[in-house]
Ligand binder design. Sequence first.
Ligand SMILES: [Zn+2]
Length: 626
Amino acid sequence: MKHLLFLGLLSTLLVGSLQAQQLYQPRDIKQAYENGTRSPDGAPGKNYWQNSADYTINIKASPPDRTIKGSEQITYFNNSPDTLKKVVVDLLLNHHLPTAPRDNGTSEAYLTSGVHIDTLMINGRGQEWKDDPGNYTFDIVELPESLAPGDSVQLSFDWHYDVSKQPGREGQIDSTSFFLAYFYPRIAVYDDYKGWNTTEFTGRQEFYNDFGDYTVNVTVPEGYTVWGTGTLENAEQVLQQDALSRYQKSLTSDSTIKIASLDQLEANKITAQNGSNTWTFSSQYVPDVAFGLSDHFVWDAASVVVEDEIDRRASVQAAYNDTTSGFHPMVGYARHALDYFSHHWPGVPYPYSKMSVFQGGADMEYPMMANDSSFPDPVFTRFVAEHEIVHTYFPFYMGTNETRYAFMDEGWATAFELLIGHEVLGREQANELFRTFRVKPWITNPSTLEDLSIMTPNDMLTDPAYGHNVYGKAALGYLALKDLLGDELFKKCLHTYMERWNGKHPLPWDFFYSFNEVSGKNLNWFWKNWFFENSYIDLAIDEVQKAGQNYTVTLENIGGMPAPTDMKITYSDGSSTIRHQTPAIWKENSGQAEISLTTDKTIQSIELDGGIWMDANPEDNEWQNN
Ligand SMILES: [Zn+2]
């Protein structure tokens, strides 16, 4: 009885202290946890559900004519417990309408007449398309019959649109090279915490899509090559024999093979000479598709083993203007990236059959595709390619909601971009690039907006606060966590989180709770101070006290972020040592930490060096023994 009473007391105390440390949840998110679609241990809840849609899409492009014609059949599955009377259809290319709301101004050349829906059929019956003048990049379609839980509905669309002369994330790269993205009517996400996602696409938001199987047939004139999401299913129909052999050889080749050179393209020796060719791509359980096409982009390819146990290779391809020297080594860069990401960080086998890097100007990721620029500095060209490729994991493998919590994908991409950089550039150069490009613009800017918490909903933020919150600040948080837990435990937590939420829609709390549960530590103090508070990095040495051979160094955390730091200790004999401090020093008291040093030498000076965790005010980071 006593024992039980004691246990009861103990659990009350434990619950009490956990509650004291509880992370803020908005009321709609709290409801999802109460409904059991999410779980306090960070795993998908027992009532978790997610809707999906399968797409069969036919697209016809006839450059230099800018009109793209499409038709598609969608099968939309309602796995939710709700009866749906409507569906929300995303039409992101209406962002090109002159009247569309957008984050930034634009030029004439970016504007088009948007997406034109020519026909809509629901379950085989024609239905009038109504453009809602109040919404731009989505429309609400009333279903003729309600869609019950567990049931599906068929929607068919015919549509057309013009690619914009000025490309953004998609559009005309040159008169005969197009990048097609966001190009098809797509069913928006209906989820367990927000219902229909009716966020207007105003130019900044990235992905939040349900997963589905895609078959896409892209019809182009002969002489045009098509690259894109999915496995090319009919290479033997669209390529001439020699080009086909080179393509097939590339699928098992470690070294780069030029499938199409400019000379061969100009001599019509690459694609089948049929007037037009239809390139068929298929992909399973992906959140989106994108395609590039051109009559003069050269084509390089190789492959790399991404899953050792089953000797699985992924194809690595690049498509670019031959005059762009920066893209000539691209397949090598991308091949190394797939290898690194599969085997080191995040250390999860690249999940797709291929990766193509297409030369555009967007520096933007799509499943199995990147639309990337070439920069004068080859180091930066490679850096950007690596960043876009690692997005494969976040947001595509993980299905995060970037419209609201972009730090869940950009932060990870930015952290992994540094880790691969350590191998590619060496630790020092990679850290310097990271500091200059990812940290300095934030930490050296004292404005109010810069210190808004990372958890501030992204749809409420503008640049530069948006950019700093989701890239550098979040990446530093993930890397500080790695420093805190050590590589082994950090990777174990990361992999469990990734396994649990692969192909699903995790929220920030699912990530926080997964790490808490798998590490066996209540990390809420860390999440709070790094992600939920208005905080920044500013540590200081408050005082140093000596008693015999013992020194007590009192550090102050002025900015609030629990950042790691290197304490560089210089002795009176001129020797020095570095004592690394992980974020654990801020666990008990987020504002102050005492560090004990025992030495028979006399300490002459102590200096704090945060490295990539740059300090807003380095002036107070030094102590001198006078
Ligand atoms: Zn990114």
